[in-house]
Write a new protein. Structure first.
Length: 178
């Protein structure tokens, strides 16, 4: 088992995140005027982002959640994704926006998108707060992106390291390996 990590550097403050979340909300409002999209948050990581995003949105939205297996105690994705809790909504014909905390390799979202697409939504887009673009192994079309970040491990604002640090109001890098 890895040792507990140490907070390294704050990458995005509470204020920076809040400003960016409101900008993303304006983009979504513009694109879904009168469209009432269903926002599907990927648990657990996206719960904080999702909560702030929906409250910033001044259009009608519905929410649902999908829980999938994460890294566990490691910091690298296995590529094998397991659905722990499915959404409750029948998304046939609905406008769906998948809300994710972070894209690393892209393997998780690739699986989630393929799975949701098979259920025939009217449209399917991605809103990701963070994207480690240089670590992407699969090209994921991200319509709404909060911040591109370098390939460092980050925690806070819903993101964890071994289930810790999700409650930090900011996003910080961490040194998990020493
Ligand atoms: P991917 O499948 O490699 O794109 O990994 C995506 C998932 O791994 C995210 O939903 C996160 O739960 C987790 N993850 C990836 N990078 C980080 C990170 O830097 N901190 C915390 N979780 C991460
Ligand atoms: Mg996640």
């Amino acid at each position: 088992m890895l040792e507990k990590g140490k907070i390294d550097e704050i990458l995005f403050s509470e204020q920076q995140i809040s400003l960016r979340v409101r900008e993303l909300a304006r983009e979504i409002e513009r694109d879904y005027e009168g469209g009432s999209p269903l926002l599907v948050g990927i648990l657990k990581g996206a719960f904080v982002f999702m909560a702030d995003l929906v409250r910033a949105l001044e259009i009608e939205v519905k929410v649902d959640f999908l829980a999938i297996a994460s890294y566990g105690m490691s910091t690298k994705t296995s590529g094998i994704v397991r659905i722990l809790k499915d959404i409750d909504t029948d998304i046939t014909g609905l406008h769906v926006i998948v809300v994710e905390d972070i894209i690393d390799t892209g393997l998780t979202l690739n699986y989630v998108l393929a799975n949701l697409k098979a259920r025939n939504p009217a449209s399917l887009e991605v809103c990701a707060l963070l994207n480690k673009r240089e670590a992407n192994k699969i090209d994921i079309p991200v319509k709404y992106e909060g911040f591109p970040i370098p390939d460092v491990f980050v925690v806070g604002y819903g993101l964890d390291f071994a289930e810790e640090f999700r409650n930090l109001p900011y996003i910080a890098s961490i040194q998990p390996h020493r």
